[in-house]
Write a protein of this length. Structure first.
Length: 222
């Protein structure tokens, strides 16, 4: 019921366009063309409405709890739960081979263009690798659609943007928030880029990484 109430409140805040006047019956071919055109316009309008509503902090919780992004679930709360700051190297799990990573993910893992390639780790079905960017550690986590949800908890004032990595939908979280990995204690997270590539959800985290650098790195990962 809480989600329903939030979505009703969100709908009330959106300025919907007036219903267009109905026109006389058209020939089948023209009806199909008009229908396709109307569908494109409707999709564009919904995307614009969501983007506008998402800019309102009070509306973000309802939108993200309703949509999510792949294996990542984002929840907005008034107060962050207790969580510790931990190094990115902690809790990655044992070293694994590319073959094991492929079995866990259902496809070959996506890797940054580095030589030698970073070491792969796995914990609770999440494949991770750590590498340096401009001398600072960056963590890349890859989660299959078969894995459990990864939960992120943020404040309504958290800087959060919808964007794209290539053609893939993405979310950038530019403030401190709490992340809960499966079977792990809550921990503080820094700047994070999350994007959905097919059935794979990718998460790039770095305490000092900027949105620009995160996007550049993400588009090079294949």
């Amino acid at each position: 019921m809480e989600l329903e109430s939030e979505l009703r409140a969100l709908a009330a805040d959106i300025e919907w366009p007036q219903t267009p006047a109905l026109r006389p019956e058209l020939a089948p071919g023209r009806r199909l063309m008009r229908r396709d055109r109307a569908l494109v316009l409707a999709v564009a309008f919904v995307a614009a409405a969501l983007a506008a509503a998402f800019a309102v902090p009070q509306s973000r919780g309802a939108i993200l709890r309703f949509l999510g992004l792949g294996a990542v679930h984002v929840e907005f709360v008034e107060r962050l739960p207790a969580a510790q700051e931990r190094p990115l190297t902690e809790g990655l799990g044992p070293t694994i081979s590319k073959a094991v990573a492929r079995d866990l993910l259902g496809r070959p893992p996506l890797l940054p263009p580095l030589a030698p390639p970073p070491t792969l780790h796995a914990q609770d079905g999440i494949v991770s690798l750590l590498f340096l960017h401009e001398g600072n550690p960056v963590l890349l986590s890859e989660i299959s659609s078969r894995s459990r949800l990864l939960k992120k908890i943020a404040l309504p004032s958290t800087s959060l943007r919808w964007l794209r990595v290539g053609n893939d939908p993405a979310i950038w979280i530019g403030d401190r928030h709490v992340v809960v990995f499966p079977q792990a204690m809550p921990q503080l997270a820094g700047h994070v880029l999350v994007w959905q590539h097919g059935r794979l959800t990718l998460r790039l985290e770095g305490a000092h990484i900027s949105l620009r650098d995160a996007l550049i790195l993400a588009e090079k990962i294949d």
